[in-house]
Write a protein that binds this ligand. Structure first.
Ligand SMILES: Nc1ncnc2c1ncn2[C@@H]1O[C@H](COP(=O)(O)OP(=O)(O)OP(=O)(O)O)[C@@H](O)[C@H]1O
Ligand SMILES: [Mg+2]
Length: 393
């Protein structure tokens, strides 16, 4: 047994599945753990890659003579999207099941490839979660450097590891794949996107700053999304008729990777950055819980007409003809002391009555938990305990 191995929350589906996740979050390691005896086709192996690109039908012979219901792992499936047709055929002809792993949905989707028409479910893996690390979780390290496995295992070298992470990403995902025509504007964009982690996205401003057309900014963001490095958090729109245009916020999947993209690895981070880093971490934990517990709730932020915000809104029940939508409101503050002003927007949404507010929660860095008439104010660790115990949603 490997002493440093950390068990993951993800459980093995009982049917074929895609496993998506950003680079380096532990996908291959998890597959090797949970499926140790299963034939594995690893497309990182360049000779295998060449062979299967030329002749996808070799997959059957490479997997071996397996009985029905056998599982076959294909790692880095995005490298040869054409293999999916063969996978599809083998699911039907041989009744095999597949575990298909990749760090990008880009080519699979954009190639117009059939995603197996519902024959496979989708699972997600992210950096380590608080619930996986338990006693070895360190909030300071997690907000400074994020929670990639390699960073967690060697926090003293976090800056160098993250620097290499972004360089490798640029080399392997961007340059070698020929995704962007020219690298310099993408590099400028990457830094800007790093700096605005957790903030509202103004595509026009970013275009001006990066010196590229507005449409190129959209393409660049879609590259970050498709390679799972970042997510747009939309503004919550409970009433479908009202078309107020509120821009989404952009969050990197990991605070450390955001910092690397921003070019701030070797600088001390300021308080504003710390605030966004804590939100990034909370969002990460919300996504992990949402995925691993198959909650499938939409996560949003809330913005009132006069610009006041609630950091996260989790819709726990959709609006129906006769019932208001139900939501949980979260206000996240990187502060040692809780200021009761921070409850105001959550309370006004709750009193306004258009939404049914299940719970209002403040999350902060201080040591004590409080209950102020309907609002739970929780230290980060208490909140994460409640979240992973299923008490938040
Ligand atoms: N559960 C774990 N416990 C301890 N270390 C881990 C764990 N998962 C991954 N690691 C370490 O993190 C590194 C990256 O893991 P892995 O190669 O599995 O990631 P990946 O998601 O497959 O990345 P890629 O997309 O680049 O293939 C490895 O060196 C591995 O040893
Ligand atoms: Mg891998």
């Amino acid at each position: 047994m490997d002493e440093s191995h950390i068990s993951r929350l993800l459980t093995l589906p009982d049917r074929s599945f895609f496993l998506f996740g950003p680079r380096g979050v532990g996908k291959s390691t998890w597959l090797r753990r949970v499926l140790p005896e299963v034939p594995r086709i690893d497309l990182l192996d360049s000779s295998l890659y060449l062979e299967l690109s030329r002749e996808p039908s070799r997959l059957e012979a490479l997997a071996g003579n397996l009985p029905e219901q056998s599982l076959v792992v294909v790692d880095e499936i995005q490298k040869v999207p054409e293999l999916l047709n063969e996978v599809h055929r083998l699911m039907e002809a041989r009744r095999w099941r597949f575990a298909l792993c990749g760090s990008s949905a880009r080519k699979l989707r954009w190639g117009g490839i059939n995603l197996l028409g519902g024959r496979a479910v989708t699972r997600h893996l992210e950096g380590f979660s608080w619930a996986e690390l338990q006693g070895s979780f360190d909030l300071g390290v997690a907000t400074q450097w994020g929670s990639l496995p390699l960073v967690h295992l060697d926090p003293h070298n976090a800056a160098d590891i993250l620097n290499a992470y972004v360089s490798t990403y640029l080399k392997e995902e961007i340059r070698e794949e020929g995704i962007v025509r020219s690298l310099p504007p993408f590099l400028r964009f990457l830094q800007i996107a790093g700096l605005l982690n957790g903030q509202l996205v103004n595509g026009q401003n970013i275009a001006t700053e990066a010196g590229v057309p507005r449409s190129t900014v959209d393409t660049y963001f879609s590259i970050l999304e498709d390679t799972l490095l970042g997510h747009f958090l939309p503004a919550y729109r409970p009433r479908l008729k009202v078309r107020e245009q509120t821009r989404p916020k952009f969050f990197w999947f990991d605070c450390g990777v955001a910092r690397a993209a921003a070019g701030l690895l070797f600088d001390p981070v300021d308080r504003v950055w710390q605030g966004y880093a804590l939100e990034t971490l909370i969002y990460h934990e919300l996504r992990v819980h949402n995925h691993t517990q198959a909650k499938n709730r939409s996560l949003c932020f809330y913005r009132t007409a006069d610009g006041a915000e609630i950091d996260f809104i989790i819709e726990t029940r959709k609006r129906q003809a006769e019932a208001r939508a139900h939501v949980v409101c979260l206000e996240v503050k990187s502060a040692q002391k809780w200021n009761r002003q921070w409850e105001r927007t959550m309370r006004s949404v709750s009193e306004d009555g258009r939404l049914h507010v299940d719970r209002m929660i403040g999350v902060y860095n201080g040591p004590r938990a409080y209950h102020f008439e309907g609002v739970d104010v929780l230290p980060v660790a208490d909140f994460l305990t409640a979240l992973h115990a299923g008490e938040v949603f």
